[in-house]
Design a protein. Structure first.
Lengths: 654, 301
C-alpha cells in the first residue's frame, strides 16, 4: 500500500513512470468519463447542425424540426426525426423530410469552418439591411436635391419657353398657342433663378452622393484591412460631409456664411463612430495561430481607431505548447482578448464554437455595435483529439474553463458591461456534473464530478503522458479528485495524489493520476477564471452625487430651478412656502394674487413676493390649492384684520 | 439613418416655455387640463421640438381646446374625429410630431370606433386622453367613463352602467404598442409618462386622470390626500413587456396605477408598412402623368 502510494506520488511529481507503478495511458485510449455518454453525437439531438437561412436567420435544425412537427401525427414525427438523425450522421445532405421546414438555407456543422461561416452570415445579413437603409436615405436626399434643380428649371426662362411647354404636352395638343402661354407665364411670374453658388453646390453634392462603394469589405488579414480603410477614409469623410450638407440644403437651412467655413474646416472629426456605423463596415477573419507580434500591433491599431470593423480571431488549437517556458495553454487567445478589453471602447466576445448558437444574440449585438468588435472563437478542430468531434472538444474547452466565454459591451449599462453568460455554472470554480456508473457489485453509483482543465487535456493525445492509470486493486486512500487538489493552496504539502476519471472504449471507468505540471496549468486556468469572475462582481464605480440644490428660501424666493424632488427640506412652519415640485399648475393661487404667486420655468408656482399680498391671500390660496401644497405659515402683519379667524383656517395647512 | 436625422448638429436650438404658450387658457381654475398643458409644454421645450414641426390635433370638449393654447400648428377637429385627422397628418407629413388631445366623451363615446382602429393601425403619434369622467363643457352629463352611480343632468338617479375602462379596452386591441396612465396631481409622474409616450415609436396611448373641480369636485379627493392609493409602476418592478400583467393592473382602480403599463417597440407602424418604396422624384411624377395622359385619345379634327 505504502509502496503504491510512493510510486503514484513519484509519477505525480515527476511525470515519469517507475516499475510496478501506475500504468501508462496511450494517446486516444481514453476520454474523460463525463464525455463517455456523448461518443455518438449523431444519436443525440443538440444545437448542431445549424441552418444558415437564406433570409439571414440562423436556426438550430432541431428547433426547426420541432416547430414543423407541431400538431403532426406520430408517424410523421418519427419519419422527420429519423431524417434529422440521418442529416446529423452525414448520410443525408439536405432536408427531405415529411414536413417542410420554416426556413431554408445551408447546413453548418460544428467544424473548423463554423466560426467563419457563422459570423460572416450574420454580418452579411446586417450589412445588407444597413446598406439598403443607407442607399434609400441617400437616394431620397438626391431626389430632394434634384427636385430643387427641377423646380428651378421650371421657373427659368428656358423652362417656360414655348418649346419646353410644347414638349411637356408631348406635342399632342395643337389647340394651345405655346408662344402665347410662354409669354403669359414669363410676364406673370418673373424668373428668379437659384443663386449660382447654390446651384453649383447642389450639383456638386449630387455627384458626391453617388460615390459610395458598398463593398463588401472582407479581409483575411489586418494589414490589408487597415490599408483599405485608410484608402477609403477620405471618401467616407467627403460623403459624410455631403450627406450633412445635403440635409441642410434639402431643408432649406444651408446658410453659406455659417456652413461653408464649417464644412471647409471639419475633417475626420465629423466621422464619429456613430456616424461611421451607418456606412458599409469591414469584416476581418484571421487565424489566431498566425497572429504574431506585428499582426497584433495592426490588430490593436485597427481596434483602437474606432473604425466599425468586426474581427473574428479563430483559434483551432489552444493546447498548443509554448516552445519555451510554461506550456501556456490558450496564452495567445487570452492575450488578444485582454488587449481588446484594455482598449475599453471595443466590444469583445470570446466563446467556443459550440456556444455560438446559444450566444447568437451577443454576436448580433457585437456586429451592430457602432465601433470595433472582436470575436475570439475556439473551434475545437485543430488539436490532436483523435475521434472526438470538434463540437465535443470545443464544448469541453468551455466546460473546463480552458476557453471561458465572456462578453464586454461598452454600450451596456454601468455594472452590466462584462458578462460571463454562456459559461456553465459561472458562480463556481468548476462546473460540477453528476456521473452515474455501475460499480463492481452492479449497483448504481452517482458521483459529483468537476470538469477541470486536466479533464480537457485528457481529450488530447499529446498529453497522454501526463496521465497514469491506477489499477483498481492499487487504488488507495491517498488519491483525491483533482478539484480537491486545486482547491488547496499551491504551496500546501503533497500528501495526496490527484486523479481524474477516464473511460476507455468499452466505457470502463479508470482513475488516472495527473502529473503535477498539468495541475499547475489547471491552477493558472482557475486563477484566470477567478479574475473574470471578479470583473463581474466588481462594483461599478460610485458616481459622485451631485451637490443637492440649496433649498429655496421660504419667502421672496426667486424662481426655483426645474423640479428635482429630493427629500423634504426642514422648514420653519412659521414661514410661508410652496412645495413647488408638486404643483399641478391648477391656476388657483395665481388667480388669487398674481404678484405674490408666480410660475417658474416649469410652470409651477412659487412665492415670489410675500409683501405683495395679505395673509388672507395666503390662506385662501392654501384652501383653494387642489393638491394642498401651499403652507401659509404665521401672519407677518399683526395688525391685519380678522387674523384670529385666518390663523384658525390656516391651521390644517401648516 | 433617417431622412430627418443629421450626421452633425451644427447649432443647438434652445426654446423656452413661452415659445409654446399660445394664449390664456379658458379652463376653470383648478382644472386638471392646466397640469397637462404645463407638462406638454415642458416636454416640447425639453425636447426642443420646433413649433413649425409640431401639430396638436383635438376633437370637441374642454380638453380639445388644447391646440388653442399651444403656439404650434393645431387642428381643432370635429367631435370624435381627432384621431382620423391626426392619422391623415401623419400619413401626409411624416416629418411632423403629432399629438392628439381628446376627452373621455370625444374618444370613448362618439369617437370609439376611430379609437379602436387607431390603436390597431399603430401610427406614430402621442395620444393623451384627458379623462375627467364627465362632460364638462356641456355642464355635467355622464360620460362613458363615469363610475356607476354618477349623478348628472342626464342621469339624475345615478348612472346605471359600469364605467368603460379605456386602459383595458386599448390593451385588448391587436397591435397595441404603448399604454400608460398618469394623474394630473402628480406632475413629476405625469411629465415622465408624457415624455416616455413621446419617445415611443408608434401609437402611444396615455390616459390622464384629471380633476373637474366644477362638476365632480370630490371625485379624486381621497386619492390626492392619501398617496398610498396611487401605485407607481416604476417603483413596483412591473415588467412593461408583460401584457397579461398589464391588463390585470389596468383593471384595478384602487390604488390607481400610474406609469407605463405596456410597451412593445417592435410593433410596426402602419405608415412604415405603407411607405412607398418608389421615390417621388420629379421624373417619376412626370412619367406617371405621361402614362395617364396617354390613356386619353384626342380625335383628329
Amino acid at each position: 500500500m505504502h509502496a503504491d502510494f510512493q510510486a503514484q506520488l513519484a509519477f505525480h511529481l515527476t511525470g515519469r513512470k517507475i516499475a510496478e507503478g501506475p500504468q501508462p495511458v496511450a494517446a486516444f485510449e481514453m476520454i474523460p468519463a463525463l464525455l463517455a455518454r456523448y461518443r455518438d453525437l449523431a444519436a443525440l439531438r443538440y444545437d448542431f447542425p445549424l441552418v444558415l437561412a437564406k433570409d439571414g436567420g440562423i436556426h438550430s435544425l432541431s428547433t426547426l424540426v420541432d416547430e414543423s412537427l407541431k400538431d403532426q401525427d406520430d408517424k410523421t414525427r418519427k419519419l422527420a426525426l429519423k431524417h434529422e438523425r440521418e442529416i446529423r450522421a452525414g448520410s443525408a445532405k439536405a432536408w427531405n423530410g415529411p414536413v417542410p421546414l420554416a426556413a431554408d438555407g445551408e447546413l453548418a456543422d460544428c467544424d473548423a469552418r463554423l466560426p467563419g461561416r457563422f459570423v460572416a452570415h450574420a454580418w452579411r445579413t446586417l450589412e445588407e439591411k444597413k446598406a439598403a437603409a443607407l442607399r434609400e436615405s441617400i437616394e431620397r436626399l438626391a431626389a430632394k436635391l434634384s427636385d430643387i434643380l427641377a423646380a428651378d428649371l421650371g421657373r427659368s426662362d428656358e423652362g417656360r419657353s414655348a418649346q419646353t411647354l410644347r414638349a411637356s404636352f408631348a406635342g399632342r395638343d395643337d389647340s394651345i398657342d405655346f408662344e402665347a402661354l410662354s409669354g403669359l407665364l414669363k410676364r406673370a411670374l418673373p424668373a428668379r433663378p437659384l443663386p449660382a453658388s447654390r446651384r453649383r453646390r447642389i450639383e456638386s453634392l449630387l455627384k458626391r452622393l453617388a460615390t459610395l462603394d458598398f463593398g463588401p469589405f472582407v479581409f483575411d488579414n489586418c494589414a490589408e484591412a487597415l490599408a483599405a480603410y485608410r484608402a477609403r477614409l477620405p471618401q467616407l469623410i467627403a460623403l459624410s460631409k455631403a450627406i450633412a450638407a445635403a440635409r441642410l440644403e434639402a431643408a432649406g437651412e444651408y446658410v453659406e456664411a455659417r456652413h461653408d467655413p464649417f464644412f471647409e474646416a471639419c475633417g475626420a472629426s465629423l466621422l464619429a463612430a456613430e456616424g461611421l456605423a451607418d456606412f458599409p463596415g469591414t469584416l476581418v477573419q484571421v487565424d489566431g495561430a498566425e497572429l504574431g507580434m506585428a499582426h497584433n500591433a495592426q490588430l490593436a491599431e485597427m481596434l483602437a481607431l474606432g473604425m466599425p470593423v468586426k474581427v473574428l480571431a479563430q483559434f483551432d488549437d489552444i493546447l498548443h505548447r509554448s516552445p519555451v517556458g510554461r506550456p501556456g495553454f490558450g496564452m495567445r487567445s487570452h492575450a488578444i482578448a485582454g488587449m481588446a478589453l484594455g482598449l475599453q471602447g471595443v466590444y469583445v466576445l470570446q466563446c467556443c464554437a459550440s456556444s455560438l448558437y446559444e450566444l447568437r444574440e451577443e454576436v448580433r449585438k457585437g456586429l451592430q455595435f457602432p465601433g470595433a468588435a472582436l470575436f475570439s472563437v475556439f473551434s475545437g478542430a485543430g488539436g490532436e483529439s483523435g475521434r472526438l468531434p470538434a463540437y465535443l472538444v470545443s464544448a469541453a474547452a468551455a466546460e473546463s474553463r480552458a476557453f471561458p466565454a465572456f462578453r464586454y459591451d461598452p454600450a451596456a449599462a454601468n455594472g452590466e458591461r462584462f458578462s460571463l453568460a454562456g459559461n456553465p455554472q459561472p458562480e463556481s470554480d468548476w462546473a460540477l456534473r453528476s456521473l452515474d456508473y455501475e460499480d463492481a457489485a452492479l449497483q448504481r453509483v452517482r458521483e459529483e464530478v468537476a470538469f477541470t482543465l486536466a479533464d480537457f487535456a485528457a481529450c488530447d493525445g499529446r498529453y497522454a503522458g501526463w496521465f497514469a492509470r491506477v489499477p483498481k486493486e492499487r487504488a488507495n486512500g491517498g488519491m483525491v479528485p483533482v478539484r480537491e487538489t486545486l482547491a488547496a493552496p499551491a504551496d500546501s504539502p503533497r500528501e495526496k495524489v490527484p486523479y481524474v476519471l477516464l473511460a476507455d472504449e468499452e466505457n470502463r471507468l479508470h482513475k488516472a493520476i495527473v502529473a503535477d505540471e498539468l495541475v499547475g496549468e489547471a491552477r493558472r486556468c482557475l486563477e484566470f477564471w477567478r479574475s473574470l469572475q471578479e470583473r463581474v462582481h466588481k462594483k461599478p464605480a460610485v458616481v459622485p452625487q451631485e451637490e443637492k440644490p440649496a433649498a429655496p428660501p421660504p419667502v421672496e424666493q426667486k424662481a426655483p430651478a426645474p423640479a428635482v424632488e429630493t427629500e423634504k427640506p426642514a422648514r420653519n412652519p412659521d414661514e410661508a412656502y410652496i412645495e413647488t415640485p408638486r404643483c399641478s399648475t391648477c391656476e388657483e393661487c395665481v388667480k388669487i394674487n398674481n404678484r405674490m404667486f408666480l410660475y417658474d420655468a416649469n410652470k409651477q408656482a412659487y412665492i415670489a413676493d410675500l409683501a405683495a399680498g395679505t395673509y388672507r391671500d395666503l390662506v385662501e390660496a392654501a384652501e383653494a390649492c387642489q393638491v394642498s401644497i401651499i403652507h401659509p405659515g404665521k401672519p407677518r402683519d399683526p395688525q391685519e384684520p380678522g387674523l384670529e379667524e385666518l390663523v384658525a383656517r390656516a391651521e390644517p395647512f401648516l | 439613418m433617417t431622412d430627418t436625422a443629421c450626421l452633425l448638429k451644427l447649432y443647438d436650438e434652445k426654446y423656452e416655455l413661452e415659445d409654446y404658450q399660445g394664449g390664456v387658457p379658458r379652463w376653470c381654475s383648478g382644472c386638471g387640463d392646466n397640469a397637462i398643458l404645463a407638462a406638454v409644454q415642458r416636454l416640447c421645450r425639453d425636447e426642443a421640438l420646433r413649433p413649425e414641426k409640431t401639430v396638436f390635433v383635438s376633437g370637441i370638449g374642454c380638453s380639445s381646446r388644447f391646440p388653442h393654447y399651444m403656439r404650434t400648428y393645431g387642428f381643432h377637429g370635429i367631435h370624435g374625429r381627432a384621431l382620423p385627422v391626426a392619422e391623415g397628418v401623419r400619413m401626409a407629413r411624416p416629418d411632423l410630431h403629432v399629438f392628439v388631445n381628446t376627452g373621455d366623451g370625444d374618444c370613448c363615446s362618439i369617437g370609439a370606433a376611430h379609437w379602436i382602429h387607431a390603436v390597431r393601425y399603430n401610427m406614430h403619434m402621442s395620444v393623451f386622453l384627458h379623462d375627467n369622467q364627465i362632460y364638462g363643457l356641456t355642464k355635467k352629463q355622464a360620460s362613458p367613463t363615469s363610475p356607476r352611480g354618477t349623478k348628472s343632468n342626464t342621469t339624475p338617479r345615478g348612472s346605471y352602467l359600469e364605467a368603460l375602462n379605456p386602459l383595458t379596452v386599448t390593451l385588448g386591441v391587436q397591435n397595441v404598442s404603448f399604454v400608460a396612465q398618469a394623474v394630473d396631481w402628480m406632475p413629476d409622474v405625469l411629465y415622465e409618462v408624457v415624455r416616455a409616450a413621446f419617445h415611443h415609436k408608434g401609437f402611444s396611448f396615455v390616459r390622464i386622470i384629471q380633476r373637474c373641480p366644477e362638476w365632480l369636485p370630490d371625485q379624486w379627493e381621497p386619492f390626492i390626500k392619501d398617496p398610498k392609493r396611487v401605485l407607481r409602476l416604476d417603483k413596483s418592478g412591473h415588467d412593461a413587456r408583460n401584457i397579461d400583467r398589464a391588463r390585470e393592473i389596468a383593471s384595478k382602480m384602487d390604488p390607481i396605477p400610474v406609469g407605463i403599463l405596456y410597451r412593445d417597440p417592435e410593433v410596426p407602424c402602419y405608415e412604415d408598412l405603407r411607405r412607398s418604396p418608389k421615390l417621388r422624384t420629379a421624373e417619376l411624377v412626370r412619367t406617371g402623368l405621361e402614362s395617364e395622359f396617354d390613356k386619353f385619345t384626342v380625335w383628329p379634327s
